[in-house]
Design a protein around this ligand. Structure first.
Ligand code: NAI
Ligand code: ISE
Length: 338
């Protein structure tokens, strides 16, 4: 069985996913595309070298009889509409993060999926599929450093455009940590606080950058995350876990070290495309496998998207108030229990 995929949003990650769904993964083919920028969409698929029909209206793509499943890679504020439409059409849908830009939006999707009666939604939280995060989780699960007490994380991007706003540091960037750290620690959050250090001159006038987010968890763990989206030097994702008997850190992605010109040097990756390239492959192959087997056993669920958004809502409020804001996570419905 070849799963015929329709892709909504043919920008940066849309093109990456079209390439892997059409030329790398097993059991899928992209047959339809949509984007508000028709010219760019057609140019993109011609560059990739696939024959996919362009749909001017995303909802027509979702309803098309020769489209079996949907991949949503448009801008975050559009996700809720397209995921709800895919559920209404009874079609499996992979939605890039965030599932929706608010917890309320994610809850509408959760309620619609439960009403539909079977899992259809997978969210593009790829870090639990990343081999370095899996090595770190294995170290914690094997009690290598005792109980985790505190974490120091960095989510650094080299630069962002003027359209990137202060709240996106939470909803679009920290949302990855908010998801992966629940899985890594088998824990949930209880509060959030946001601090603004000295602002970098490299940031747009409207953007607070860097930001420090301090999270507390039900187990009493404190998580300190630095978000710096105009760091200039590279794409740098770090996660250090301080435990009772030692420290475990996210392994650096393997790059060949060079001794030359009187230096010992190793390249730092410059964007997410290469840093998580394998994780994207694994998570999307899981989506295809979920569809073929008819059972969504792998990948982030709509509830995971909702849980991250509940925490994100509190972080955005903390950005605005400067206070410690409570995070109240509802119990996981049996529909989503693994
Ligand atoms: N999992 C990950 O590591 C990553 C996830 N993303 C997520 O993927 C999504 C897209 O991000 P990028 O590719 O970086 O953005 P982009 O701006 O490169 O591409 C987005 C595309 O969506 C199109 N679009 C916007 N509104 C639309 C609408 N209503 N209908 C159809 N098309 C529409 C735009 O024309 C553009 O071509 C975002 O939600 C982002 O958070 C992006 C990069 C990495
Ligand atoms: O999801 C992603 C982007 O949308 C986001 O803007 C970046 O900050 C993240 O590092 C990347 O993984």
């Amino acid at each position: 069985m070849t799963v015929r995929i329709g892709v909504i949003g043919t920008g940066a990650i849309g093109q990456e996913h079209i390439q892997r769904l059409s030329k790398k993964l097993v059991g899928s083919q992209v047959v339809a595309i949509n984007d508000i920028n028709e010219t760019a969409a057609k140019t993109a698929v011609n560059r990739i070298g696939i024959d996919a029909q362009f749909y001017a209206n995303a909802h027509d793509l979702i309803k098309a009889s020769d489209v079996d499943a949907i991949v949503v890679t448009s801008w975050g504020p559009t996700h809720e509409e397209f995921v709800l439409a895919s559920i209404a059409a009874g079609k499996p849908v992979f939605c890039e993060k965030p599932l929706a830009v608010t917890a309320a939006g994610c809850k509408k999707i959760v309620d619609a999926e439960i009403k539909h009666g079977k899992r259809l939604v997978q969210v593009g939280f790829m870090r639990p599929f990343d081999s370095t995060y899996r090595q770190l989780k294995s170290a914690l699960d094997n009690d290598e450093i005792g109980q985790p007490l505190l974490l120091n994380c960095k989510h650094f991007n080299p630069e962002v455009g003027d359209s990137y706003t202060t709240d996106m540091a939470i909803v679009d960037t920290l949302i990855h940590e908010l998801d992966v750290l629940r899985w890594l620690l088998d824990d949930d959050y209880t509060s959030a606080r946001v601090i603004y250090p000295r602002k970098t001159s490299k940031a747009s006038s409207h953007l607070m950058d860097p930001q420090i987010v301090i999270l507390e968890t039900k187990k009493g763990i404190v998580i300190n995350t630095e978000i710096f989206v105009n760091c200039q030097y590279g794409y740098d994702i770090q996660c250090e876990v301080v435990g009772e008997t030692g420290i475990a850190s996210l392994p650096e992605p393997t790059q060949v070290p060079f001794r030359k010109g009187g230096n010992l040097q190793r390249a730092i990756l410059v964007d997410w495309k290469k840093r998580f390239i394998d994780a994207y492959d694994v998570e999307l192959q899981a989506f295809i496998n979920n569809i073929v087997t008819g059972n969504f056993t792998e990948g982030a669920s709509a509830w995971d998207g909702y849980a991250a958004a509940v925490a994100a809502d509190a972080c955005v409020k903390a950005q605005q108030t400067g206070n410690v804001e409570a995070i109240v996570m509802p119990a996981t419905p049996s529909f989503y229990k693994k």
